[in-house]
Write a protein that binds this ligand. Sequence first.
Ligand SMILES: NC(=O)c1ccc[n+]([C@@H]2O[C@H](COP(=O)([O-])OP(=O)(O)OC[C@H]3O[C@@H](n4cnc5c(N)ncnc54)[C@H](OP(=O)(O)O)[C@@H]3O)[C@@H](O)[C@H]2O)c1
Length: 382
Amino acid sequence: MSSTRREFLKVGATATGALALGIDPSQGGVIPALAAPLKILVLGGTGFIGPHMVRRARERGHTITLFNRGRSNDDLFPDLETLIGDRDGKLDALKGRKWDAVIDTSGYVPRHVRDSANLLKGNADQYLFISTVAVYADFKKPGITEDYPGGAMADPTFERVTGESYGPMKVLAEKAVQEAFPTGAIIVRPGYIVGPGDSTDRWTYWPVRVAAGGELLAPGEPSYPMSIIDARDLAAFVVTLIEKKSAGVYNAVGPTRPVPMGSMLEQLKAITKSNASFTWADAGWLAEQKATFPIWNAPTGGYAHLHSVSNAKAIAAGLTFRSLAQTTKDTLEWWNGLPEERRAAMRSGLRKAPELETPTAPMAKQMEVETQLLAAWKARGK
Ligand SMILES: NC(=O)c1ccc[n+]([C@@H]2O[C@H](COP(=O)([O-])OP(=O)(O)OC[C@H]3O[C@@H](n4cnc5c(N)ncnc54)[C@H](OP(=O)(O)O)[C@@H]3O)[C@@H](O)[C@H]2O)c1
């Protein structure tokens, strides 16, 4: 089939409905014709973002092989070939096999990424590595583009992922991929990834809290920017990059422009038909109270512009965004379908020392602490 033909294409046996006709409602339009199905190896694939990528690639008609240890959600894709091994030195299952592209969702340790990239070079044309915007040395200016300096590791052999080492380790991992695949490396740097299946509960806190209603403690100023990307939009982008053979580095953050925090909360209120009201507390006062909120940070210091990284290059390469309403509805449907004990152990949200020092806390407990904070905020200076 001529690659220049503009036509809708039935993309594969698993595709149904609008997607099979080449119209992707979530992406707001027509999926470009698929020249030929690809053989794709996913390193990981059964965590949070991996399954969305696997589903998207299958919808597009590609053939997927998974590689993992067989520990996480091993019943997710029983009909897919799964190669069992470990990124830490047990890669034998990958030897002697060929793929068109590799999607690496699970690389944190540079040595692991270097080993898999070196083993797969020559046996795959493209290696797409999921990195992070945390690679940047700082966020002191708005609109950071892909050429902004990365963070450095004092000891490049250090292998423990911490808040400090996570970004610089990803910098080294990116370099390992680029060295092994000089023409076929695709580096994708997402910001906060959200949506159904997000095991961190970070953004999930906000729709769940707004839906619970009542007076809500909101951090800082309503104008502070927020930027998130739905895991399914990220997945669609990843598959597009591979199909178009778009080697290069891309920030993957959404939406098109950051949403002011106040606007996001008002939208969540409308979407969830909640009676929530918002009381905004000063960021400095919240810091004094040792109170923190997920995803949000005060736009000061080294993280001042974390939420305004440039996505212009990614949008030009095909990144699109579904609506906040869609992300919210799907996230809440997923959350509300989780077992009671999982929801009671919410992994993120309002945290205030010492009342909420545990890594998990039910929403009811978080709201008790929120009530105390609201009272203290209103009583200050009296
Ligand atoms: N969440 C965010 O907001 C965010 C933002 C920016 C970037 N990221 C990036 O997104 C990725 C996280 O994705 P995720 O949460 O879906 O997945 P993940 O937790 O990083 O990885 C899970 C997958 O990798 C496999 N795996 C883990 N350790 C392995 C090992 N030693 N050997 C072989 N397979 C292994 C797991 O299966 P088994 O356990 O069965 O092995 C599972 O399939 C990371 O690269 C992260 O840096 C995330």
